[in-house]
Write a protein that binds this ligand. Structure first.
Ligand code: PMP
Length: 381
């Protein structure tokens, strides 16, 4: 079996699970209590906060708020910032290729009188910086541009985006779900005010995440309850999940240079091999892309069938985003890079991880070639 869908789900690292198990197996300790068990839980959360802060270059670990994942972090960042600052203006800006957990909260704010502007991207998925400069005004309370895209792998010029947003007095949110652990992120160098992180892509459990909130940025909670996580994410902490995410962040930071180089080589071999298949095209940016990401589209065949055929060859691979697979609509990302509806349906996305090796590449390329040949033979298109 070859597993190529790490963006949808990454295997939990055994050493991470082993580390976290002490906070799950028979453990009782609420970080809000001050007897021994509570202090132990508190220490575990504090350690994880430092590790996650270190992964993204945040000098103040107190700026990290633990959440249940990227969707929740994005919601707090968009809704929480917009609603808290609505007296300064009612504009929200985001790139057209953001994940739906950014686009949907932004669209929902329109019901509360906010104006939402989407910024177009070019055919590689790179944001139009001139359009961004025009769209962000003193009325804009939050601007959201992802670090890198999960469907096409394109990495955005975040430092330039930050300069444009800050020149206009704005607040920049960056969804780094797919980039964290794969790119050297530094919220201070990059000028990021709010940063979304997910624990699973780092090798932690599903349902873990964090939001970096630069000190001084005003955000109101989406959930209200107790004062945990500075009141931004009330409710008893998921000590196990948080501890695991911290350990996963520590390992990802330590291994990033070597592991990225290894994955980049496999990715490049995969791109070279699959590009040879008839009528196959790389999607996303040819060079400014995630080191573990290879995405393609094939004319005249359909993604769902590609996925099933590849599965029969023993390969787990995606067609676009798992998050939108239930809607059967063409991907908003592929439409945003200028593909026609019919073209946007034939996509295949490989996201690599620790288990993948160069030895797998010929088998993947051969399976893709065979898949495309068989599907084209029976296609009505
Ligand atoms: N943002 C991006 C860029 C993503 O790729 C994803 C999903 N992988 C999410 C947000 C949502 O993550 P989750 O489903 O874990 O909340």
């Amino acid at each position: 079996r070859i597993y190529l869908d790490h963006a949808a789900a990454t295997p939990v690292r055994p050493e991470v699970l082993r580390f976290g198990m002490r906070f799950l197996d028979g453990f009782a300790g609420n970080p809000s209590t001050i007897y021994r068990e509570g202090l132990e839980a508190q220490a575990a959360v504090a350690r994880a906060r430092e590790q996650v802060a270190a992964l993204v270059g945040a000098s103040d670990p107190g700026a990290i708020v633990f959440t249940s994942g990227a969707t929740e972090s994005n919601n707090i960042a968009i809704r929480g910032t917009a609603l808290r600052n609505k007296r300064s203006g009612k504009g929200v800006v985001a790139s057209a290729v953001e994940h739906i957990s950014v686009l949907n909260p932004a669209k929902d704010l329109q019901k509360s009188g906010f104006a939402f502007t989407q910024i177009p991207v070019d055919r590689y998925g790179t944001i139009d910086l001139d359009a961004l400069g025009t769209a962000v005004t003193p009325e804009t309370v939050v601007t959201s541009v992802q670090y890198a895209n999960d469907e096409i792998g394109t990495v955005q010029p975040i430092r330039e985006v930050a300069e444009i947003v800050h020149d206009r007095g704005g607040v920049l949110h960056v969804d780094a779900t797919d980039a964290a652990g794969r790119m050297p992120i530094d919220v201070e160098r990059d000028g990021v005010d709010l940063l979304t992180l997910s624990g699973n892509p780092l090798g932690g459990p599903q349902g873990t995440g964090a939001l970096y909130v630069r000190p001084g940025v005003r955000v109101q909670p989406v959930l209200v309850g107790g004062g945990q996580e500075r009141g931004l994410r009330p409710g008893t902490e998921d000590v196990f999940g948080i501890a695991c995410m911290g350990e996963a962040a520590r390992l990802a930071a330590a291994e990033m240079p070597g592991e990225n180089e290894r994955l980049r080589a496999i990715r490049d071999a995969l791109i070279a091999g699959i590009s040879e298949v008839e009528d196959a095209f790389l999607t996303g940016h040819p060079t400014e892309r995630l080191p573990h990401h290879a995405s393609f589209r094939f004319s005249r065949i359909e993604g769902e069938s590609i996925q099933l055929a590849m599965n029969a060859f023993g390969i787990a691979i995606a067609t676009g985003s798992a998050c939108t697979s239930r809607t059967l609509e063409a991907s908003h990302v592929l439409l945003a890079i200028g593909l026609a509806h019919a073209e946007a349906h034939g996509s295949m996305v490989a996201t690599l991880g620790r288990s993948n090796s160069m030895e797998e590449v010929p088998r993947i390329v051969e399976a893709a070639r065979e898949t495309v040949k068989r599907l084209r033979a029976i296609t009505p298109l």
